[in-house]
Write a protein that binds this ligand. Structure first.
Ligand code: ADP
Length: 397
C-alpha cells in the first residue's frame, strides 16, 4: 500500500511516497522556505529527475497542497488520485512521557503532542501544523505519528533522571528523553538480522552520526541509555551543536557577549560543534579537505569530536556490562571511514580489530571488523522514512 511519510519543520517539509509492499520510494521531495519569500518545492519520482518549482507557500497548508499536486501531476506524478494513498506517517520529535510507541492520530493524541510543545518548541508545533494540514486536505486518510523519543521510553529511571531538585522532574518532567529513536530502533533490529542473533540476546551500541548525532545503548532490543537529553543539544559534539558542555559556561559566555540565555543557547545550537571549533564547516567532507590542506584547527576539531564519541561508547559498554556489536549509521557514520577508524582504535581493549579494506567502503551495509574481532563492528545505513512507513502500516493493520 502507498504511504506518504512527512517530516515537517518550521519552514520546511520533507516527504516520501513509499510503496510499503515493495518498500520502494515512488517519489520524494522537499518544500523549503514555507512562510518566507521565495518558497519552492523540489520533487523527484520514477518518472523524473529532480525538478524545482517556485510556488507561493505562506503556510504548511499550501506546502501539502503542492505535494499533492506534484504526486498527482499528469506528467511526473506517480498516482492518479490521493485516495491511492492509504495512510500518512508523520515524524514527530517529542512525545514526552506520553508516547512509548507510535500512535494513530486522534484529537487526544494531538492535544498530548501539544502538551509536549514546551519540551521541543522549535519542532513539535511545526509537526502539528503538518498533521493538521494533512487532516484537512486528505479527509479520509488516517494519520500516524512516529516519535523520535518513543524508542527511549524503555530507559530505566537511573538513566533518565538528572541530578536536579526532584520537583523539576515531578512537576515539569525535566529528564533525559533522547532522540533519533526511529533510527536507533531500525538499525539495532537490522544488525541483529545481519548477525543472525535474536534481538533479545544482544547488546548493541548504535552510533548515529549525522549532522545531529547521538549514541544509544540497546540491550536486548531496548534502549537503556542514550546521549541526547531533554533536548537534542546534549551528548556528542555535532555539526553545529556543542553536545555536552559544563553548564557553568552558559553564564560566562552570556557575560562575555552580553547576551541572554536563549541567545547563548543559540550559539550552542548553531555556531558550535565541529563548525565552531574548526572555523571551517559543519560538513565533514570540508573538514577532511581542510585537514589535507594542513588546517590544524580542523584536525583538532575532528580529534575532539572523536573523543566525545569514544567517551559515550566506553560509558555504554560499562552501562550494559559488555557489548556484542557496535554500529555506525547516518551521514558521517555511513561515509566517514576516518571517524570510524579513529573511534575503533580506542576500542582495542575490547578485542576489536578493524578490517581496513571493509572500512574503506561508503554508505553500504558491511561488517568492518575482522572475523576474529571479539566485538563486531558494522556500518548499517539508516532509513528513517522507511521505518516510519513500516510503523504506520503496522499500526493500521
Ligand atoms: P542529518 O540527517 O542529521 O541532517 P546526515 O545524516 O545527512 O545529517 O549527515 C550529514 C553529514 O554526513 C555531513 O556532515 C556530511 O559531511 C556527512 N556526509 C554525507 N555524505 C558523505 C560522504 N559521501 N562522505 C563523507 N561525509 C558525508
Amino acid at each position: 500500500m502507498e504511504v506518504l511519510v512527512i517530516n515537517c519543520g518550521s519552514s520546511s517539509l520533507k516527504f516520501q511516497l513509499i510503496d510499503s509492499d515493495s518498500e520502494k520510494v515512488l517519489a520524494k521531495g522537499l518544500c523549503e522556505r514555507i512562510g518566507i519569500d521565495g518558497s519552492s518545492i523540489t520533487y523527484e519520482s520514477e518518472k523524473c529527475d529532480k525538478i524545482t518549482k517556485e510556488i507561493d507557500m505562506p503556510t504548511h497548508h499550501e506546502a501539502i497542497s503542492a505535494v499533492i499536486d506534484a504526486l498527482t501531476d499528469n506528467e511526473n506524478g506517480v498516482i492518479n488520485d490521493m485516495s491511492e494513498v492509504k495512510a500518512v506517517g508523520h515524524r514527530v520529535v517529542h512525545g514526552g512521557e506520553y508516547f512509548s510507541k507510535s500512535a494513530i492520530v486522534t484529537d487526544d493524541v494531538i492535544s498530548k503532542i501539544e502538551e509536549c510543545n514546551y519540551l521541543a518548541p522549535l519542532h513539535n508545533p511545526a509537526n502539528i501544523i503538518g498533521i493538521k494540514a494533512c487532516m484537512k486536505l486528505m479527509k479520509d486518510t488516517p494519520n500516524v505519528v512516529v516519535f523520535d523519543t518513543a524508542f527511549h521510553q524503555t530507559m530505566p529511571e537511573e538513566a533518565y533522571l538528572y541530578g536536579l531538585p526532584r520537583k523539576y522532574y515531578d512537576e515539569n518532567k525535566i529528564r533525559r528523553y533522547g532522540f533519533h529513536g526511529t533510527s536507533h530502533s531500525f538499525v539495532s533490529k537490522r544488525v541483529a538480522e545481519i548477525m543472525k542473533c535474536p534481538l533479545e540476546e544482544i547488546k548493541t551500541i548504535v552510533c548515529h552520526l549525522g549532522n545531529g548525532a547521538s549514541i544509544c545503548a540497546v540491550d536486548g532490543g531496548k534502549s537503556v541509555d542514550t546521549s541526547m537529553g531533554l533536548t537534542p543539544l546534549a551528548g556528542v559534539m555535532m555539526g553545529t551543536r556543542s553536545g555536552d558542555i559544563d553548564p557553568g559556561i552558559l553564564e560566562i559566555i552570556a557575560d562575555i557577549e552580553n547576551k541572554d540565555i536563549s541567545e547563548v543557547i543559540n550559539i550552542l545550537n548553531k555556531e558550535s560543534g565541529i563548525a565552531g571549533l574548526s572555523g571551517v564547516s559543519s560538513d565533514f567532507r570540508d573538514i577532511a579537505k581542510a585537514i589535507e590542506e594542513g588546517n590544524i584547527n580542523a584536525k583538532s576539531a575532528l580529534n575532539a569530536y572523536v573523543r566525545t564519541v569514544v567517551r559515550f561508547v566506553g560509558a555504554y559498554v560499562a552501562v550494559m556490562n559488555g557489548v556484542d556489536c557496535i554500529v555506525f549509521t547516518a551521514g558521517v557514520g555511513e561515509n566517514n571511514s576516518v571517524v570510524r577508524e579513529a573511534v575503533c582504535k580506542h576500542l582495542e581493549y575490547l578485542g576489536i580489530t578493524l578490517d581496513k579494506e571493509a572500512n574503506s567502503k561508503r554508505g553500504e551495509e558491511v561488517m568492518i571488523s575482522t572475523p576474529e574481532s571479539k566485538v563486531k563492528v558494522y556500518v548499517v545505513p539508516t532509513n528513517e522514512e522507511l521505518a516510519i512507513a513500516r510503523e504506520t502500516v503496522e499500526l493500521l493493520k
